[in-house]
Design a protein around this ligand. Structure first.
Ligand code: NAD
Ligand code: MG
Length: 393
C-alpha cells in the first residue's frame, strides 16, 4: 500500500491523479489533500477518499470546509496555510507526494516533500525553474525519488537508459528533443494576436489544463519553462535541448543517442498516462487512457518554432543561459503578466514585453539559498508590476 499526499488536488492534475488512484483502492491510500479555493470540490474529494488531512488557503475556507465535512460525517482534519502544506508533504506516514500546485506557491511544499525524502511526483515545474540548483541538491541529499509528471519530461525519463545518473555523454545521449503542440495560435496571423482574448488563449487544441499553464502554452512560455525543467532534471545544457513543434501531441518527447538511435514515448494526450507511470514506477498499471490508434491519427508532423511569433521561448533560453536568479525572475514576471492578461488588464502580445523588461530591470545575482530565490521572486514581481503599468489596457 502506498500512502499519498496530493498537493493541488482540486486542479486539473489533482483530479486526474485521483481518477487513477480511485482505480486501485488496494494499492494507494490518500492520506492528505490540498485545494486552495474550490472548497466544494475538496469536500467531495474528502468524502470519497477519506483522507486524514485536508489543507486550504485561508481560515475562512477552513471553516467552510469543516462545515461541509461535518454535514457529510467525514472525519478529515482541516488545516490551512503554507506551513500546513509543508506539513502534509512531509508526514512520516506518507510515501509519495503529488506536487501539483500551480506556480511559485508550490515551491516550499514541494521542497518539504523533497527534504523528507519522499517519492515526489513533480508536476509543479515552476518550483524547479525557480530553484533548480538547490532543489536538485536537496534531492541528492535526502535521497528523494523524483519522478517527472510533465508529459515531455516523463517521456524523456522513459526514453533514457534505466538508472540514468545525470551524465548525458556517459549515457550516449547527444540531444533531447522536447516536443510542443504549438498551442492555439500556431497558425494565427501575427497581426491578429494583438486582440486575442483570455478565452481564446486557454482553448488548447490538444490538452485540457489549468488556466495559467494554458496561457503559457499559447505563448510557448510553457515550453520555455520546460526547457529549464529538462536542464535540471537531466543535467542537460541549453545546447543539448531542442524544441520541436509537433501539433498532433502524440510523441511526448524524444532522446537522440550518439549511434543515431532516437527513442521516444508516444501516447494519447492524457495526463493520466504520466501520472500512472510515476505512481506505479517501476511497474506499470492501467491508467484508464484510451489506446493510441495510429491508423486514426494517420500523420505525425514537425516544425521548427518561430521565435518571432513566440518570443517567450527565446526569453526562457536567455534566462537559462544567464543562470543565477534569472529563471526565478523570468517565472515571477510570467506569473504577474499571465494573471494580468487573464484579468483583462494586459494585451496578449505584451506578456513577452513585460517579461523582457523585467529581466532587463532586475540585476543578475547568484541564488545560493532559498531566501535568495524568494528575493529574486519578489524582485521579479515588483519589476513586472511596474512594467505592467505602461501597458495597462
Ligand atoms: P490548476 O490551476 O488546474 O490547479 C492548480 C492547483 O493548485 C489547484 O488545486 C489549486 O487549488 C492549487 N493552488 C492554486 N494557487 C494556490 C496557492 N496560492 N496555494 C496553494 N495552492 C494553490 O493547474 P494544473 O493545470 O493542474 O497545473 C498544476 C501544475 O502542474 C502546474 O505547475 C502546471 O504547470 C503543471 N502541469 C500541468 C499539466 C496539465 O495538464 N494540467 C501538465 C503538465 C504540468
Ligand atoms: Mg508539458
Amino acid at each position: 500500500m502506498m500512502n499519498l499526499t496530493i498537493l493541488g488536488a482540486t486542479g486539473s492534475i489533482g483530479v486526474s491523479t485521483l481518477d487513477v488512484v480511485a482505480r486501485y483502492p488496494d494499492r494507494y491510500k490518500v492520506v492528505a489533500l490540498s485545494g486552495h479555493t474550490r472548497v466544494e470540490l475538496l469536500a467531495e474529494q474528502c468524502h470519497k477518499f477519506n483522507p486524514a488531512y485536508a489543507v486550504v488557503g485561508s481560515a475562512t475556507d477552513a471553516q467552510r470546509l469543516t462545515h461541509l465535512l461535518s454535514t457529510r460525517r467525514v472525519n478529515t482534519q482541516v488545516l490551512y496555510g503554507t506551513e500546513a502544506l509543508a506539513h502534509i508533504a512531509s508526514l512520516p506516514e506518507v510515501d509519495a507526494v503529488m506536487a501539483a500546485i500551480v506556480g511559485a506557491a508550490g515551491l516550499m511544499p514541494t521542497l518539504a516533500a523533497v527534504s523528507a525524502g519522499k517519492r515526489v511526483l513533480l508536476a509543479n515545474k515552476e518550483a524547479l525553474v525557480m530553484a533548480g540548483d538547490l532543489f536538485m541538491a536537496e534531492v541528492r541529499k535526502s535521497g528523494a525519488c523524483l519522478l517527472p509528471i510533465d508529459s515531455e519530461h516523463n517521456a524523456i525519463f522513459q526514453s533514457m537508459p534505466a538508472g540514468y545518473a545525470g551524465n548525458l555523454s556517459r549515457a550516449g545521449v547527444s540531444r533531447i528533443l522536447l516536443t510542443a503542440s504549438g498551442g492555439p495560435f500556431r497558425d494565427t496571423a501575427i497581426e491578429a494576436l494583438s486582440s486575442v482574448t483570455p478565452e481564446q488563449a486557454v482553448a488548447h487544441p490538444k490538452w485540457t489544463m489549468g488556466r495559467k499553464i494554458s496561457v503559457d502554452s499559447s505563448t510557448m512560455m510553457n515550453k520555455g519553462l520546460e526547457v529549464i525543467e529538462a536542464h535540471w532534471l537531466f543535467n542537460a545544457s541549453a545546447n543539448h535541448i531542442e524544441v520541436v513543434i509537433h501539433p498532433q501531441s502524440v510523441i511526448h518527447s524524444l532522446v537522440e543517442y550518439v549511434d543515431g538511435s532516437v527513442l521516444a514515448q508516444l501516447g494519447n494526450p492524457d495526463m493520466r498516462t504520466p501520472i500512472a507511470h510515476a505512481l506505479a514506477w517501476p511497474q506499470r498499471i492501467d491508467s484508464g487512457v484510451e489506446r493510441l490508434d495510429l491508423f486514426a491519427i494517420g500523420q505525425l508532423t514537425f516544425e521548427r518554432p518561430d521565435l518571432a511569433r513566440f518570443p517567450c521561448l527565446g526569453l526562457a533560453y536567455q534566462a537559462l543561459r544567464a543562470g543565477g536568479n534569472a529563471p526565478a525572475v523570468l517565472n515571477a514576471a510570467n506569473e504577474v503578466a499571465v494573471s494580468a492578461f487573464l484579468a483583462g488588464d494586459l494585451p496578449f502580445l505584451k506578456i513577452a514585453a513585460v517579461i523582457a523588461e523585467t529581466l532587463a530591470a532586475v540585476p543578475c545575482s547568484e541564488v545560493a539559498t532559498i531566501d535568495a530565490v524568494m528575493t529574486a521572486d519578489d524582485q521579479g514581481r515588483i519589476a513586472a508590476t511596474r512594467a505592467l503599468a505602461a501597458y495597462a489596457q
